[in-house]
Design a binder for this molecule. Structure first.
Ligand code: C5P
Length: 339
């Protein structure tokens, strides 16, 4: 049965007094890399049609949702565990919007105090804000006792952003549509990534805009075959190559590396030319492949073992091109209650 309703109703709704029993609920949700990203033309909603393969990486955002004091009742507040000038804590923050959307959809009026611990680089193309939203939906659903089921939570997540449903689901999955219609992908084994962090973030809309400009000039999206021959992106994105699904099924890291692809990479290179160098430094130091993650500017380098990971981190730091490196394993699970 659905617990959602289209429009919140003011008084006389028994669900407004419904509440879970915990004083606080803590949820972790992962960031992601895109193993494959093929971009088609923008639809009427302004969003580009995508085929993408997400993989959740062990770079974890934590949201604690606390029951409010009686005086504060009804507000949604947000604090950052480590203050950060570029992360807003007002109603524009995706975590606050997530709590507000769940409250509206279920008729809850009790409010919540959210505390966010961020580990995913901001504006890095790794869906950190989306992870915050996914974690908040999950945490508030438990704190408020709203019992919204997984599929319905995914539908709410999709209203918040294209990458939010994946952060709920985690592991490895194909995204269609805006990237929000998900199909889990079977796989075995684990992978090790080195992430090359950029000193400044890139805004996703800017990267899609540059992609459109490059396509209009006759740019080629690359081996996925979705590149245009002038006059804009093809209507439909390319399918996930069978070689990639097979590599994931068998856990073959070398074969997986050969199939990594990102149609947005050329746009990210065009906006930040140094990213092309970051890719060559990582590959020169032993990464099987390195690609821009999502809309960038993080570059994700797939490495065969921990020793190579160390070499790649060292080479990237020595290059002076990156603000830092992280090594993460993948895939990991989606948003989950941890306390
Ligand atoms: O959904 P999200 O808020 O993460 O998307 C941010 C922006 O990225 C969108 O407003 C749009 O400009 C661009 N985008 C797009 N096509 C997609 C996903 C995102 O054009 N499939």
């Amino acid at each position: 049965m659905s617990h959602l309703r289209a429009v919140p109703d003011a008084a006389d709704d028994p669900r407004q007094t419904r509440s879970g029993s915990a004083a606080a609920v803590k949820v972790e949700a992962p960031g992601k890399v895109n193993l494959f990203l093929s971009v088609g033309a923008a639809g009427a909603n302004g969003y580009h049609r995508l085929t993408t393969v997400f993989q959740a990486v062990r770079l974890i955002e934590t949201v604690t949702a606390r029951r409010q004091s009686v005086e504060a009742h009804g507000r949604i507040t947000l604090d950052l565990e480590e203050p950060d000038d570029v992360v807003p804590t007002d109603a524009t923050n995706l975590a606050v919007r997530a709590a507000a959307l769940l409250a509206e959809a279920t008729g809850v009026t009790e409010g919540v105090d959210l505390v966010l611990s961020k580990r995913v680089p901001v504006a890095g193309g790794m869906a950190g804000g989306s992870a915050d939203a996914a974690a908040t939906l999950t945490a508030c659903n438990v704190l408020w006792g709203t019992g919204v089921e997984a599929k319905e939570l995914e539908a709410l997540a999709a209203r918040l952003g294209a990458d939010v449903p994946f952060s709920l689901v985690g592991s490895t999955a194909v995204g269609h549509g805006r990237g929000d219609r998900l199909t889990p992908l079977m796989g075995r084994g684990g992978y090790l990534w080195v992430l090359a962090l950029a000193p400044r973030g890139l805004a996703t809309p800017e990267v899609f805009r540059r992609f459109d400009e490059l396509m209009a000039q006759g740019g080629d999206g690359g081996p996925a075959g979705s590149g245009g021959s002038g006059g804009g992106a093809p209507a439909q994105p390319a399918d996930v190559p069978e070689a990639m699904t097979t590599a994931l099924l068998t856990g073959d890291v070398t074969a997986l590396a050969a199939t990594l692809h990102n149609d947005l990479q050329a746009a990210a290179f065009s906006l930040r030319p140094e990213l092309a160098e970051v890719v060559s430094v990582a590959e020169g130091a032993g990464a099987l492949r390195a690609i821009v993650s999502g809309s960038g500017p993080t570059v994700a380098a797939l490495v065969p073992d921990p020793v190579t990971a160390t070499q790649v981190c060292r080479a990237l730091k020595a290059s002076g091109l990156v603000s830092g490196t992280l090594r993460v394993d993948a895939p990991v699970s989606g948003a989950r209650v941890v306390g």
